[in-house]
Design a protein around this ligand. Structure first.
Ligand SMILES: Nc1ncnc2c1ncn2[C@@H]1O[C@H](COP(=O)(O)OP(=O)(O)OP(=O)(O)O)[C@@H](O)[C@H]1O
Length: 493
């Protein structure tokens, strides 16, 4: 079986599962009657259950018998990974609360807190899976990891992530890793094309780990930032501090590892960081725009290590998933759009979820500004120039800056400068927003283009302009006009 998975587990998997379950003792069967096999990959079977208690039982008491039964049924050594599937709880009318990270937070924080103060409570085997051995072993004093310190985007949570056949496996693997860092798969590599949710999953792992294990140290880093850190540390002769920074982490989330290609000293540093963390059973999760084996200019020793754990991909979502993503986005951001508008957008924007969301925001912002609501006709008009017929032209940051400069009273140098006069800040933020919307450039790369700014500045600009577009006619018009000019220039070049 491979990475592509259907919404329902295939019959073969179900049959193997049933065969395995039928051989279990009645005591063990009690815990598995409601479980659902999700997928089989690289000798690992992922099974979903409806709640924490069942998961803890499957991972402790029931595990040996169940793994043995599955291995026998499949005639190959197979490991079990248990994850929680929210829909299962609904479907089964489980008495437990339906899964919600927010609800989990309170209960698990309590579990975490009580275990922290009573670390020797060995007898409570129903809760022992909540305690990460790596966190217990950690010699550093416990501290509360925060979302900001970990550099996590607060919007990228598992609960905001729509699961479909294109990302089901990656999602299940991400949840499994977050629930048992350093145990399930190490490293986990998620690869796929731009805008398909890799970064979202990476941050979601970070949030979930911090919810489950508040004292753990989680850090998100883009590979370009890591590279800059290495270069600066070498230049400023403080490599020891750099080592400490990255090696005292329990869960390291590294985005876009393709940027490590061709950067020798960064690769060396990363290799040692990787080894140090992996040896200590600290979790490493990475994303890449291609499978590690295709990162051809990466050192062999690094590429080999990336393949130690689990590699999974995310694919472009199917129509149903695209509609579900738009629905969730509209609900989260309180954007009102009828079903036919969502279907229209989902049918037109097919391969990049960032663009999908962008189209929804454009349509609803336009309606909002004009004091009306979006209907199909309006959406078709507003999105006419956004939805390309045929090939999308290649747009560069240079084009965006040049057009923004030409359209405003500023020069490209001004856009890259540190000058923070009001109008200039707005023009700069619009140009950054357009880089995010119209190119595949990463946040750090965009920051670099605009006078070496931090990626969080770009993130802030992106959010700010999205908001302003819905509030201010002038900004909406400026963005629309600039988008049209940039696309026109790109088509001509
Ligand atoms: N399954 C999903 N459900 C809900 N939102 C999603 C999903 N997948 C992606 N998104 C949203 O789409 C946008 C783009 O996703 P993300 O930045 O994670 O993509 P990526 O694969 O990391 O792209 P890149 O390689 O360009 O960084 C984000 O706003 C994210 O929240």
């Amino acid at each position: 079986m491979h990475d592509g998975h259907d919404a329902n587990p295939d019959e073969q998997l179900e049959e193997v599962w049933q065969r395995a379950v039928s051989t279990l003792s009645p005591g063990a069967k009690v815990w598995v009657y409601s479980a659902k096999p999700l997928t089989l990959h690289n000798n690992i079977m992922i099974v979903a259950v409806q709640d924490d208690l069942t998961r803890a039982q499957l991972e402790s008491r029931v595990r040996p018998a169940l793994e043995h039964a599955i291995s026998t049924a499949l005639q190959q050594e197979t490991r079990l990974v248990v994850t929680i599937e929210p829909s299962l709880a609904d479907a089964l009318h489980a008495q437990q609360d339906a899964y919600s990270p927010q609800d989990d937070l309170s209960t698990k924080r309590q579990v975490g807190a009580s275990l922290e103060s009573e670390p020797d409570d060995d007898d409570d085997d129903s809760g022992d899976e909540f305690v990460p051995s790596w966190a217990e072993r950690s010699s550093a004093p416990p501290r509360i990891g925060t979302v900001a310190e970990a550099r996590l985007n607060p919007r990228y949570l598992f609960e905001n992530f729509v699961i479909g056949s294109s990302n089901r496996f990656a999602h299940a693997a991400a949840v499994a890793v977050a629930e048992a860092p350093g145990k399930a798969y190490n490293p986990l590599v998620i690869h796929g094309e731009s805008g398909l949710g890799k970064t979202h999953l990476l941050h979601a792992i970070g949030h979930y780990v911090l919810n489950l294990y508040p004292s753990s140290r989680v850090r998100y880093v883009n590979s370009e930032e890591f590279t800059n850190d290495v270069i600066n540390a070498i230049r400023e002769n403080r490599t020891a501090a750099l080592k400490r920074k990255y090696r005292e982490i329990d869960v390291l989330l590294v985005d876009d590892i393709q940027f490590l290609e061709g950067k020798e000293s960064t690769q060396t540093e990363f290799f040692h960081t990787f080894n140090a963390l992996h040896n200590e059973n600290k979790q490493i999760v990475m994303t890449s725009d291609r499978p590690p084996k295709n990162l051809t200019t990466l050192e062999d020793r690094l590429r080999n290590r990336f393949e130690w754990g689990l590699t999974t991909d995310v694919q472009p979502p199917d129509l149903e998933t695209r509609i579900a993503i738009l629905r969730k986005k509209a609900a989260n951001e309180k954007l009102t759009a009828p079903a036919d508008v969502l279907e229209f957008i989902a049918s037109k924007v097919q391969t990049n979820i960032r663009e999908l969301e962008g189209a929804l925001i454009r349509a609803t912002a336009f309606a909002n500004l004009n004091g009306t609501t979006v209907d199909l006709q309006l959406a078709q008009i507003v999105l006419k120039d956004l939805i390309a017929e045929g090939e999308e032209p290649d747009i560069t940051a240079g084009m965006i800056m040049a057009q923004t400069a030409a359209y405003s009273e500023f020069s490209i140098d001004d856009l890259c400068s540190t000058n923070r006069s009001r109008n200039l800040v707005l023009a700069r933020q619009i140009a950054m927003y357009l880089c995010r919307e119209l190119t595949d450039m990463s946040l750090p790369k965009i920051g670099q283009e605009f006078g070496n700014r931090d990626h969080t500045t770009v993130m802030h600009a992106d959010r700010k302009i999205r908001k302003l577009m819905a509030e201010k006619h002038a900004v909406y018009n400026q963005v629309t006009e600039l988008t049209a000019r940039i696309k026109q220039q790109a088509r001509q070049s």
